[in-house]
Design a protein around this ligand. Structure first.
Ligand code: NI
Length: 137
């Protein structure tokens, strides 16, 4: 079993805010991410698949195909978008790094499965210092 990771990047705006809370409570819980007039992050996404090496190609998966899948299903939908307003798969969800990574995993897992490839993890960096990693459960 070998693991293969592809990195992609996207920039997106968001706001972490609960309408039913006061501005003070939102600021206390979400900090700068609660700014009412939005702000952005340069996200870095690592998608890892695993499997056996194909004896003909020497690959777990062709990276060109992997890039195409991630670009079409995720990057094109989130890059330069507002995660609260523009992105269907984040509708009615708090756009925290955790929730974005979970939704990305849910979208990609069946797409890779169709290609007979197992999605191992989705790792999403919101800043240089903060990232989450999701393994599907
Ligand atoms: Ni933020």
């Amino acid at each position: 079993m070998i693991y293969l990771t592809r990195r992609e990047r996207f920039s997106a705006a968001h706001k972490l805010y609960r309408e039913e809370w006061s501005d003070e409570k939102n600021e206390e819980v979400f900090g700068k991410c609660s700014n009412p007039n939005w702000h952005g992050h340069n996200y870095v996404l690592y998608v890892t698949v695993n499997g056996d090496v194909d004896p003909e190609t020497g690959f777990v998966m062709n990276l060109k195909k992997m890039k195409k899948i991630i670009t079409e299903h995720i990057i094109d939908k989130v890059d330069h978008k507002n995660l609260n307003l523009d992105v269907d798969f984040m509708k009615d969800k708090m756009p925290s790094t955790e929730n974005i990574a979970i939704e990305i995993f849910k979208i990609l897992e069946p797409v890779f499965k169709e290609k007979k490839v197992n999605l191992h993890s989705v790792r999403l960096h919101e800043t240089e210092n903060n990232f989450v990693e999701y393994f599907g459960k």
